[in-house]
Ligand binder design. Structure first.
Ligand SMILES: C[S@@+](CC[C@H](N)C(=O)[O-])C[C@H]1O[C@@H](n2cnc3c(N)ncnc32)[C@H](O)[C@@H]1O
Length: 335
């Protein structure tokens, strides 16, 4: 099994995999970790993995044509007995840290597509380069280039839901991208008329993200709002301490957002107050681990009896594509 992650987080992913007893890492590189063992079925929830290529084959070749030709032969062989009559994902990825590798993989993809079109035009027309939105298993073609002469390919993948999001020039912060991505991981987003409490809101990226969908937001932060969040008619700014902020008696927010640079365990306790009190229906919470023990925090967030995830019908913890030294919890409470 080949797991991909954000570059620089391979060791954390390896440690998470070891803690989940998924097997030993037998190789790793920028943005990937390979396990010798067969993949577990079903795969446990992983935070640091963005994607798992299940039972990948390694294809080597000195040239673009050699790689594309071998990949195409393998792919055609893997299709035997399979009826392809719906759109299928053809997802190609190379770590951006290796200069030129993305371009090279792009050339292999173009050549592969041309070969497939010649051999199986009907199947080739149904290919989509889009990474499917959401989490869980997917079938298609998943290719990862670990270096110039070597690619890993698989027909099946497990998707964590992480993906690069498109920026919005009116968004007041980069953080905006995190909540946009978190909605994909949760499989749900605020809609018009819903209410949001955004704790630690400034400069307002998350608030802006909800407001642009028509939600009504209370943005709690002593700091100033900026850009598209400033003077936004759907955003009410309250200069208060988020640890003291409470819904009005009998009020339940549809969403709790929380992105405070504070002790993550204290933030988790606060969020649990919100979920136990049933003060929200869904949440997006970012925990900053900085130089602290990320895995201990992850374990605490997942397993503590005081975790807000315990109150959820759907709960996921992910190191997002747009996260740095932090991970993000998303959840929908049991109704
Ligand atoms: C990473 S920023 C939030 C970015 C925001 N999510 C965005 O999209 O623009 C963290 C914010 O947490 C706020 N914060 C930290 N502790 C807080 C507290 N006790 N009450 C309210 N805000 C707090 C800081 O003022 C800071 O603006």
């Amino acid at each position: 099994m080949l797991l991909t992650c954000q570059s620089g987080f391979e060791a954390l992913l390896g440690a998470e995999v070891a803690a989940a007893r998924l097997g030993a890492v037998d190789a790793s590189g920028a943005g990937w970790v390979r396990l010798g063992a067969r993949s577990a079925d079903p795969l446990p929830e992983l935070c640091f993995a963005h994607r798992a290529l299940l039972e990948p084959v390694e294809i080597c070749g000195e040239s673009v044509n050699a790689l594309a030709g071998r990949l195409c032969e393998w792919f055609l062989g893997s299709l035997r007995g399979e009826k392809v009559d719906a759109t299928w994902p053809s997802v190609w990825q190379a770590p951006i840290e290796i200069p030129g590798l993305g371009k090279r993989l792009g050339s292999v993809e173009t050549e592969f597509n041309a070969l497939l079109k010649k051999r199986l035009s009907r199947v080739s027309k149904l290919a989509s380069p889009e990474l499917p939105r959401g989490t869980g298993p997917a079938r298609g073609l998943f290719v990862f280039a670990s270096d110039f002469g070597r690619i890993q390919a698989a027909r099946c993948a497990w998707l964590g839901g992480q993906r690069r999001m498109a920026d919005d020039p009116a968004a007041p912060s980069r953080s905006y991208l995190k909540t946009e991505e978190a909605f994909v991981v949760l499989g749900r987003e605020p809609v018009a008329g819903e209410t949001v409490a955004d704790l630690g809101a400034a400069p307002g990226g998350w608030s802006y993200s909800a407001a642009k969908r028509g939600a009504q937001v209370v943005a709690v932060d002593n700091g100033p709002l900026k850009g598209g969040a400033l003077d936004n008619p759907r955003i009410e700014h309250r200069r208060e301490d988020a640890f003291r902020f409470r819904p009005a008696p009998g009020q339940r927010y549809d969403w709790l957002f929380c992105d405070m640079v504070e002790d993550p365990r204290r933030v988790l306790e606060l969020v649990t107050q919100w979920t136990r009190g049933r003060w929200c229906r869904h949440f997006v919470v970012n925990l900053k681990f900085g130089h602290a023990d990320a895995l201990a925090l992850l374990d605490h967030a997942r397993r503590s009896s005081e975790s807000p995830l315990r109150d959820c019908a759907v709960a996921r913890v992910r190191h997002l594509f747009h996260d740095r030294e932090e991970f993000t919890l998303v959840g929908s409470l049991v109704e």
